[in-house]
Write a new protein. Structure first.
Length: 385
């Protein structure tokens, strides 16, 4: 049997303590060294207040969750990410002000805006400021195929519009009325145009096309009366969640017997909350399947609920993926934000929450279209009939 005296025990104890101290000192040195590196600043400009805040708040949260996860793993090439947030108020003036503030704060890229109309308005300015604009959710077809500093991970709205037109004809719903929000024309007008052209090319007829600006008291009633007069077999609402809910409730009260359809812009919990049981009479044509039905998104959904105390919507998921895509691009250039513009200009594949996407040389991606309904207070994917 080996005998260990007190002196040997003491020496071993001191050696162990010394090793631990050395490890702690090394970790401290590395941490301090990392802290002295300039952070990589990501700006986010989104509508945080007002009727469309269901997009901006979730987009901010999704980006924040991604930034926190990446920083816990050591950041990008030893540099932490810093998320700078500005409320663009859902207006053109607010968007311009938000971009200017973020550039002044040193943002190397701006994640935003949530509305296609804001993104279209920003295009001429992007080259001047030299900062890429990367929208998580803007899907106007007017933004497609342009060689500029605008990028996105959400496919454009042309595909779901065409998809819905074919679905309507298949179901024999060939007389269609369309109500659309004229305050976001960059998104709604291309949607209406694509739906109309495809529907009519298949033998259908659009019997009503009517735009509106902000639903004030009584406006939804007059729109319901316009629908009643034309007696369409289907009504398509190209609007946000809040406005879609208001119109849907008004038309149900007016005893309109048409089938009701909406668009991806309305695919948030606000639709379910404000429309109540009426939401179950609506079908959305969208780029985004319900997150609860996407296996790859399960971990994200759980982490988001834990962090923010609510379920994420498509804007949260797309914003989360946007940060991860930007990090992938940054890593390809050694974490140097001044080279991000060059990295984004190259086509690249990305595996996100909604599967594998390929961004082309124009900063666009392409994907599937879905029909989504509401059952028992949640969104569900529907099989085309």
């Amino acid at each position: 049997m080996r005998v260990v005296n007190k002196a040997q025990k003491r020496k071993r104890s001191l050696d162990t303590a010394g090793r631990k101290s050395l490890g702690l000192m090394l970790a401290l040195v590395l941490t301090l060294w990392g802290c002295h590196k300039e952070p990589i600043r990501l700006g986010l400009a989104g509508v945080i207040t007002g009727p469309w805040a269901d997009l901006g708040i979730h987009a901010r949260n999704g980006a924040r969750l991604a930034v926190e996860e990446i920083n816990r793993r050591g950041g990008v090439s030893g540099r932490v990410l810093e998320l700078l947030v500005q409320n663009d108020e859902g207006t053109l003036e607010g968007a311009k002000r938000a971009r200017e503030l973020l550039v002044a704060q040193g943002a190397s890229v701006i994640i935003g805006h949530m509305l296609s109309t804001q993104c279209l308005d920003a295009l001429p300015e992007l080259e001047r400021i030299g900062v890429p604009l990367f929208s998580p959710v803007a899907s106007s077809a007017l933004l497609t195929g342009k060689k500029d500093l605008f990028f996105r991970l959400r496919p454009d709205s042309q595909a779901p519009a065409n998809f819905l037109a074919r679905h309507l004809i298949t179901r024999g719903l060939d007389r269609v009325g369309i109500l659309y929000d004229a305050t976001n024309p960059g998104y709604t007008e291309p949607w209406v145009s694509a739906l109309t052209q495809t529907l009519e090319s298949l033998g259908g007829h659009v019997v009503l096309t009517k735009g509106f600006s902000r639903l004030e008291k009584g406006t939804e009633v007059s729109l319901a009366e316009a629908v009643l007069e034309k007696e369409p077999r289907a009504v398509v609402l190209v609007a946000s969640a809040q406005e879609t809910a208001q119109l849907l409730v008004a038309m149900r009260r007016a005893k309109i017997q048409s089938s009701f359809f909406g668009v991806g812009w309305a695919q948030t919990d606000r639709l379910i909350t404000e429309a109540g049981r009426a939401a179950e009479f609506l079908i959305l044509a969208t780029n985004d399947p319900p997150l609860e039905e996407v296996p790859e998104a399960a971990e994200f959904v759980h982490a988001y609920r834990e962090r923010f105390g609510m379920a994420p919507n498509f804007a949260a998921a797309r914003s989360y993926d946007t940060v991860r895509f930007l990090v992938q691009a940054l890593e390809s250039v050694g974490g140097r934000p001044e080279r991000l513009r060059k990295a984004l200009a190259e086509s690249r594949e990305f595996h996100g929450l909604f599967g594998r996407l390929t961004m082309d040389a124009y900063g666009d991606v392409h994907g599937e279209s879905y029909l989504v309904g509401v059952r028992d207070g949640r969104f569900v994917k529907l099989a085309p009939q």
